[in-house]
Ligand binder design. Structure first.
Ligand SMILES: [Fe+2]
Length: 342
């Protein structure tokens, strides 16, 4: 009898949830930004985080909207560029591409030297993450590029920290026998990331409007978008409200986007994109993992360089420093000991 009741309530709960979901989906189709904002107010953890971190409303950009040079989210960085303009473009669109930012030859030779860290997707999968890269000076010149960090910190209005152990990602959507495009293991649907994140990625292949690429909805970071799993109709409703921009550029280009910007991967059949994504955050959602940390500190790593490079706080989440009095265990997690004399 009890079991029957439990099953009954479980089924009812599911039916109710499905009904509510359908109503929300319909509301998003009619008024997407309003509905997602209401959901953000009802479940306010993202809003609270933004408020506490002085990002509830993103900083105003000084861009003159009539200035043609700011209509694009792409800046040609080959022969230098204005950093403040880059910050403004990022603040305006929620994403920025610095075309030809890194020297093409440097990128190609880095790839050649790190082929063993690249993994190609298995048959039946469209994307594959490579192996974590070793903590070398050569790699840190990309990982902790001072100019990129400065641009991101200014736009994000926060000090940023390394969030994950970077690796190459190869996406290669193949065309199925029935003509459809394989896209499993890719973020094909419009979504927002954690609000605490700002990420950049370096292109190791040419990315064009005819190849697999990322697309963003320009200016969507300024709204309060609840991370609801959107149907394709919901996506269409949102796409009508914003300009959809393609993140494209040559080998060595860098793209940056806020976690609050709506974005998706656009798969194109038989077009491969190789990139190296570097995730940074305002100090939250850091993916520390001792197994991966140890892999990055392989025999190829110069210990003296590692000590020097991790002196400031940028890497503190991934390579935590030992506190003076050590750590204590609380609920299965480590916590620095405060000034307790025991
Ligand atoms: Fe994403």
């Amino acid at each position: 009898m009890v079991l029957k009741l439990v099953i009954y309530f479980h089924v009812m709960e599911k039916l109710e949830m499905n009904k509510i979901r359908k109503i929300v989906e319909m509301a998003i189709n009619t008024a997407p930004i309003f509905t997602l904002s209401i959901l953000s107010i009802l479940f306010p953890s993202r809003l609270i985080h933004r408020f506490v971190n002085n990002r509830l409303i993103y900083k105003k950009c000084k861009i003159d909207s009539e200035d043609y040079a700011f209509k694009s989210h792409i800046i040609d960085a080959k022969n230098g560029f204005d950093e403040d303009k880059a910050v403004d473009v990022l603040l305006k669109h929620g994403a920025l591409v610095l075309n030809d930012y890194f020297d093409r030859e440097k990128i190609i030779s880095f790839q050649k030297a790190h082929e063993k860290y690249i993994v190609e997707p298995n048959h039946g999968e469209a994307s594959a993450n490579g192996r974590v890269l070793p903590f070398t000076k050569e790699f840190c010149d990309f990982w902790k590029d001072e100019k990129l960090i400065r641009i991101m910190e200014k736009a994000f209005n926060a000090k940023i920290f390394a969030r994950n152990f970077p690796r190459f990602t190869a996406v290669h959507p193949r065309i199925n026998v029935d003509g459809t495009i394989q896209s499993n293991k890719t973020a094909r649907n419009l979504h927002v990331d954690h609000t605490s994140l700002i990420q950049f990625a370096i292109y190791f292949t040419e990315v064009t409007e005819e190849t697999s690429r990322m697309q963003i909805l320009s200016g969507s970071h300024r709204h309060f978008i609840y991370p609801f799993t959107l149907t394709s109709k919901n996506e269409q409703a949102l796409i009508r409200k914003f300009d959809m921009l393609d993140c494209v550029g040559g080998i060595g280009s860098v793209q940056i986007h806020f976690g609050d910007t709506l974005h998706r991967f656009k798969p194109v059949g038989d077009s491969r994109r190789l990139w190296l994504q570097v995730s940074t955050s305002d100090g939250n959602n850091i993916l520390f993992n001792p197994w991966e940390a140890s892999k990055t500190l392989s025999e190829v790593v110069d210990k003296a360089y590692f000590i020097e490079a991790t002196k400031d706080d940028f890497f503190s989440g991934l390579y935590p420093k030992q506190p003076n009095k050590g750590y204590k265990i609380k609920n299965g997690h480590i916590q620095p000991m405060k000034k307790e004399y025991i």
